[in-house]
Design a protein around this ligand. Structure first.
Ligand code: ADP
Ligand code: MG
Length: 313
């Protein structure tokens, strides 16, 4: 395993003690694209910060390519590339200088740094923007520069913290393509996200994280099939007095995997049974059915089933 996290814990002391990471174990196979999916405050950034030697754990160990990140941070950093949650490009340098100085920092000769910079600008379709400054770039372009810079010293593992936060949909897809392209270079990718589509689309394996703990870990397909249903109906009622009676009634219907009271109504996980929708609507109508949303089972459904909450809440 190229990334091995064992019993990781991080407690922030202060007026109020915060347990940001509460006993996490991770194994990432070489060459994989691995996702940490969870809502805001789940502990994703803290986990990444420890893995990338930017924070010290309260307990536990992290090994990257066999190197202990806490005991030997400087050595570990040679194997690690990082794209943090916020843009950290040097605003006083052009994009080409940002990459070039990164190479020098990691011990490249001036000639090698020049060659590597030119190659990365080409690879990430940035050649027309060589002389631009970070402030002149769109969010999507800036993110591409950050990825190019992060892999300039040829790390074994690239960590991306919320790589598509704040990107428009088109730039997000371009970023996904850039990350997928790293497979051919043998770079292992660990990314965090709270977008379930991103985890689903991009990752070979996903760990769903909440309150500093990993709830489940598997391939996106296996996680989705673990729900045991193909559809989710969210029934919104005019008043909640009848929700538990309705949930009880729906729970016994053929084709319904589960029915639970949530928020302003009932959430039904259903098998793709033909005709079930109209039966559910008829059953719910006397209880003041106001509105209904239907979604395909997704990683969001997995999270909802595990926690009773939406990822976005
Ligand atoms: N430097 C810090 N001091 C105190 N609490 C922190 C600090 N950094 C993060 N936290 C808290 O730790 C928890 C996890 O945060 P974080 O790792 O940033 O989660 P995520 O990246 O999943 O949104 C949150 O409750 C957050 O408020
Ligand atoms: Mg974060």
């Amino acid at each position: 395993m190229i990334v091995e996290v064992r019993g990781l814990r991080k407690v922030y002391e202060g007026k109020q003690q915060v347990i940001a990471v509460d006993g996490i174990d991770l194994n990432v196979e070489e060459g994989a694209i691995y996702g940490l999916l969870g809502p805001n405050g789940a502990g994703k950034t803290t986990t990444i910060s420890i893995c990338t030697t930017r924070a010290i754990p309260t307990a536990g160990t992290v090994r990257i390519a066999g190197i202990d990140c806490v005991a030997e941070p400087a050595l570990a950093r040679r194997s690690i590339g990082v794209v943090p949650q916020y843009n950290t490009l040097d605003r006083s340098c052009t994009i080409s200088e940002n990459i070039y100085f990164h190479c020098l920092f990691f011990g490249f000769s001036s000639a090698d740094a020049k060659a590597r910079t030119a190659q990365l600008l080409e690879q990430f379709h940035l050649t027309e923007r060589v002389k631009s400054y970070p402030s002149q770039l769109s969010g999507g372009l800036a993110q591409r520069v950050q990825i190019a810079r992060a892999i300039a010293h040829r790390p074994k593992v690239l960590f991306l913290d919320e790589p598509s936060a704040g990107l428009d949909p088109q730039s997000r897809i371009a970023m996904w393509e850039a990350v997928q392209g790293l497979r051919h270079e043998g770079i292992t990718v660990v990314l965090t996200t709270h977008y379930m589509e991103e985890a689903d689309e991009l990752c070979d394996r996903v760990a769903i994280i909440d309150h500093g703990k990993i709830l489940v870990e598997d391939s996106p397909a296996a996680l989705k099939s673990s729900v045991g249903a193909q559809k989710m109906y969210q029934l919104h009622l005019r008043d909640q007095s009848g929700s538990s009676a309705l949930a009880g009634k729906l729970g016994t219907m053929e084709g319904v995997a589960s029915a639970d009271v949530v928020g302003d109504g009932v959430r039904v996980l259903a098998h793709g049974t033909d005709g079930l929708l109209s039966e559910v609507v008829s059953a719910a109508a006397p209880y003041g059915l106001r509105d209904m949303t239907i979604t395909e089972t997704s990683l969001e459904t997995v999270f909802i089933k595990l926690t009773g909450r939406d990822l976005r809440e």
